[in-house]
Ligand binder design. Sequence first.
Ligand code: NAD
Length: 508
Amino acid sequence: MNDILAKLNIQALNQGVSTGLNWINTNGAVIDSYSPVDGKLLARVTTCSREAYEQVIATATAAFAEWRMVPAPKRGEIVRQMGEALRENKEALGQLVSYEMGKSLQEGYGEVQEMIDICDFAVGLSRQLYGLTMHSERPMHRMYEQWHPLGIVGIISAFNFPVAVWSWNSMLGWICGNVCIWKPSEKTPLCAVAVQNIISKVLKANNIPEGVCSLVQGGRETGEWLAADTRIALISATGSTRMGRQVGAAVAARLGKSILELGGNNAIIISQHADLDMSLVGAVFGAVGTAGQRCTSTRRLIIHESVYDSFVQKLVNAYKQLKIGNPLDQHNHVGPVIDKDAVANYLQAIEQCKQQGGTFLVEGGVLEGAGFESGCYVKPCIAAVTNDMAIVQHETFAPVLYLIKYSDLNEAIALQNGVPQGLSSAIMTMHLREAEQFLAHTGSDCGIANVNIGTSGAEIGGAFGGEKETGGGRESGSDAWKAYMRRQTNTINWSTQLPLAQGIKFDL
Ligand code: NAD
């Protein structure tokens, strides 16, 4: 791994705060980054002090004045070059993501590919920041709207997508004319250092002002500074619902803008009309991929009673085949969870599930011995439950899969919707009416609803996000860019009169 760190210019200490072109010395506390893969100390990173934070904000504010004057398609050209730089570094960065976060190498590469894809998307978008034109009710008047940049965008990200979520926000933020400050997860600080190094080369090569792309390493407190800061126009925060409640309240208290991307509790409905082989792949990947640590991981399977026994049999057999181990070894299906706290949460969830009446069909447990020295490898497990159990209503960020039986599609949809979260959902069915019922406004209440694919994994072209406790934010594709801009409505009078709207008379 040392050669990867060298390739990505990671020198550890003093790579905690950057305003884009340079690293800033800071006397903040130090974060140790341990790999969940083997428990080894990867590197240590200095966090942002309050003094350095003020410097970052001042530099970002000055940079915004310059960056917003760069025409949007020219900003797109810089983002295009960033996409190229990410292509060149895909292998090394993908490996670091896998090693620091613990996801499989394929998923590590996939995450970097997602960064490249959003760059391509943003480049095209930089020529398409369209506003509408309207017909005025007054003669010789013209109405239209334009979209202007906001200023500073603060990005708070979670450990499970240590680099992709930042790129969804920053690439759109930049082509919209904003400058960005990133507070990555304290659990994956090195991925952020690596990205900052890759991006800073592009910034330097193009004489982009210091402050367009800033990084502030730190934990919750650093995130709180951003959330409360009136100088930051938009906070985009990805993480747990607990975090989102606090960040949402802090930003709302100052009447700022926020995009909240929070926890999910995603279900797949497996109908009696499903292709069961296809359903099996979707369910197993959804439940055990990234060791159950995706916001879109499949947490619940809602299975029709007529196929319940046969499908569960297939599922249990598939779980027996799962290979758990080093995620950099491509033969393994399941890597570690992020840290020992995550292991403790997993064990606690299993215990609570049992206490609340759940029956385990595949038992969980923590793996020990050679190859599992980090103490972060857990067995994916399956329990038969009822939807109303407190533990089933809660997002456990680990590979614990809950099974629920249904007899009628209305009931299945009610079960699917019957949780506080509303991120991703899916139905497996070959029956057109069932699929349409699931997608109708009376069907799934989630931000993402799929037919014949699982809940996890999304393409960057669509708007990503969810309802209810998932926070309501949308990022990435479609018209998600609008959240990074302010809309201005303009009315121009080219007549010789000053008629008032609604026909109001005001004679002098
Ligand atoms: P977390 O909430 O513990 O931390 C997320 C980020 O928020 C970190 O950078 C953390 O330092 C910061 N933070 C925590 N408390 C804060 C506060 N009070 N004020 C400001 N910042 C604060 O989440 P995590 O464990 O890193 O990630 C897992 C969670 O993220 C899961 O719930 C998962 O579903 C969710 N997630 C959601 C999406 C989505 O798009 N909906 C994507 C990825 C992850």
